[in-house]
Write a protein that binds this ligand. Structure first.
Ligand code: AVJ
Length: 353
């Protein structure tokens, strides 16, 4: 496929196409693109609220969503290339092997992607739907404005006739802003990110996703699977220390955004598999007793030597547990798609009859 270069994209300030209605022989112009932004600053408030809440708990905790500033996104991309981190390439292999079947089963006219990022893996699905002749619209939902805009520009060039309706927002808060379906819809949530939700919120979030689905629509979700604890630990504690840097990056985010004075060098990276909960946990462990100030919150936070702060859970699934989570959200499994080693699964599901 031709790699399209990014043209300038003159969308107006409110994010709506400035020149809607005209066509241009299938060329990518702004009438193929509509972008709505739902981020008007309150992003900082959720960070401040999360930090105040998380750092004043008896067992300190920070939610993983704040890892992903520009540096965090770059470190995560490097994680995806690590020999120890199998999920990305495994999911990609499953998609390569099954995209055509997914296209046939869903007959989807539109693809809605939660946490679309650079949409690297999405192209496999877009290709399959394009080849099946059904693809009309792509709806990426992502907090990073530049990612949504760049991929809208690129994809409208790569797929002549494709419309892109981007939603810049937090998929945990703005799912109700996803435009109404134009025809059979495929919602995709890849990468295993559902694993970041603890079990109760996971089911609540799956129910919100289910609300985006009509009777002919489908959800395609990627989930990492339970496996040997050593393999899991290595995937989250790599030799090169990239995951450790990614983990500590959240402290840089707090320093910059909330005027905190963390010294990331005061914390060790910890990764472990909790086999009772069937999740990987990442923590930051204080090397010495010290107190950190979070200026924007007028908050002093004391750490004991060896105290651990949880920064991420990444749930690992079994088929029965996933089916019961789907069932609780009003969804039923249509296809269970895995790699030959059963490392990772893609599940295709639809609203229960
Ligand atoms: C992007 C949430 C799927 O849980 O494996 C990678 C994030 N954390 N290495 C995961 C992550 C440490 C990743 N997800």
């Amino acid at each position: 496929m031709a790699t399209a270069r990014k043209p300038t994209n003159p969308t107006s300030a409110n994010g709506h196409a400035a020149n809607g209605g005209t066509t241009n022989g299938g060329l990518a112009t702004d009438d193929a693109i509509q972008i709505d932004s739902h981020l008007g600053g309150p992003e900082h408030r959720t960070l401040a609220e999360d930090v105040l809440d998380g750092l004043t708990r008896p067992f300190k905790e920070l939610p993983p969503k704040h890892f992903y500033d520009a540096r965090g996104a770059e470190l995560f991309d490097r994680i995806c290339e690590l020999p120890e981190y199998y999920p990305t390439r495994t999911e990609r292999g499953i998609l390569d092997a099954t995209a055509a079947e997914i296209a046939t089963l869903t007959g989807a006219v539109e693809l809605v992607e939660l946490g679309s990022g650079t949409a690297a893996k999405t192209r496999v699905l877009l290709d399959a739907l394009h080849r099946a002749g059904t693809l009309e619209r792509y709806v990426p939902v992502d907090v990073t404005e530049s990612m949504v805009r760049d991929c809208a520009d690129e994809l409208t060039l790569e797929y002549p006739g494709l419309r892109v309706h981007g939603v810049i927002g937090d998929f945990e808060r703005h799912l109700d802003r996803v435009p109404p379906a134009d025809g059979p819809r495929l919602v995709v949530f890849l990468g295993g990110t559902i694993g970041n939700f603890p079990p109760g919120s996971r089911r609540r979030f799956l129910r919100q996703i289910a609300d985006l689905l009509g009777p002919r629509d489908h959800l395609l979700m990627g989930t990492d699977l339970v496996k040997d604890a050593g393999v899991l630990k290595d995937a989250y504690d790599d030799q090169q220390g990239v995951t450790a840097e990614f983990n500590r990056n959240v402290l840089h985010v707090l320093n910059r955004e909330l005027d905190a004075d963390f010294d990331p060098g005061d914390f060790d990276h910890v990764a472990l598999f909790d086999d009772r909960h069937e999740w990987v946990e990442m923590r930051l462990r204080a090397r010495r007793e010290h107190t950190v100030t979070v200026g924007a919150l007028e908050l002093d936070v004391h750490f004991d030597a060896g105290e651990e702060m949880r920064t991420e859970i990444s749930a690992k699934f079994t088929r029965p547990r996933l089916e019961s989570d789907l069932d609780a959200a009003g969804l039923q499994l249509v296809r269970w798609l895995t790699d030959p080693e059963d490392l990772f699964a893609l599940t295709l599901s639809r609203p229960s009859a």
